[in-house]
Design a protein around this ligand. Sequence first.
Ligand code: ZN
Length: 339
Amino acid sequence: MSTSHDENRDRLSRRRFLSGGFAAGAGARLASPAILRGLAGGAAGTGLLSGAVRAQGNPAAHRFLLGTTEIVVLTDGGLSLPASTVANNVPEEERSAFLAAAGHDTATRASALNVTLIRKDDNLVLVDTGAGMNFFQDAGRLADSFETAGIDREAVTHVVLTHGHPDHVWGIVDDFDESERFPNARYVMGAREWDFWNAEDFLSTQPEILHSFALGAQRNLGAVADKTTRVNADHTVIPGVTMIDTPGHTPGHMSVLVEDGGGQLLVTGDALTHPAVSFERPDWQPSTDQLPEVAAATRRQLLDRAATDGLLLVGYHLPWPGVGRVETKGAAWRYVAEV
Ligand SMILES: [Zn+2]
């Protein structure tokens, strides 16, 4: 098969990445090497994988209504990263003191994977597809969560992809039999984001450290290319569900605004990733943000809008189920979980 070479390369890259082989490549200026060092440390580490996430005993699904629109948050499991990934532009002592004061572990960062489903009229819109089976041991549970929640994956009519990172798009294809997990869905993704990961010259123009991400993205996105609409900001997915531009975490990152009955819900994707740092220290630069300054500007804009307009949020990586609101706190903000 023509794809076998690519798949082998993909697997090889992932294996290198997961075994920490990419750590030797540190030193590039992009924030992304730190992601990979961080993730490699988590994956190859001492069995800490998502222990904290698992210990919360997350149910598979959390449901609520926004007007007449049903929102279902499904878990894809969790990730465990070094706490240092919350900021790479502040001294370690300052970072640890802040995390400790906010009640967070100073060594390990447990990160949830909260996938949002929006049911309105005959539409069932899924925002991101989870990590699939090849990224992290305790991720890739989305299909199980669908089953536990009694929701048929074949009933998903639209899949919106916020960005091309592994924990958001590697769940498109089932690696066991190469089948699509959401076979009846149309896909929607920001055009800039699609173009970034699918660039033909990606491997020769982007740092090697991003190559495994891109190979995985190309494999999964490629499988649904014919049914994917590449869109610009303010695209209406279905009436009441709009994509908004929230760049910085990745070049073309987008979030999803749901409006019904006077209420507004923002599915943030990875524009906000930590319940204390993202809100109270929005200028700290997580090592997972590819364009840190752009991401910080986006965060400030989002937080201001969320606090002013009383938006409800679903944060992909915020503590399960990641549903909450934003309040101002001094010169910054704070996260108020709703559950
Ligand atoms: Zn993510």
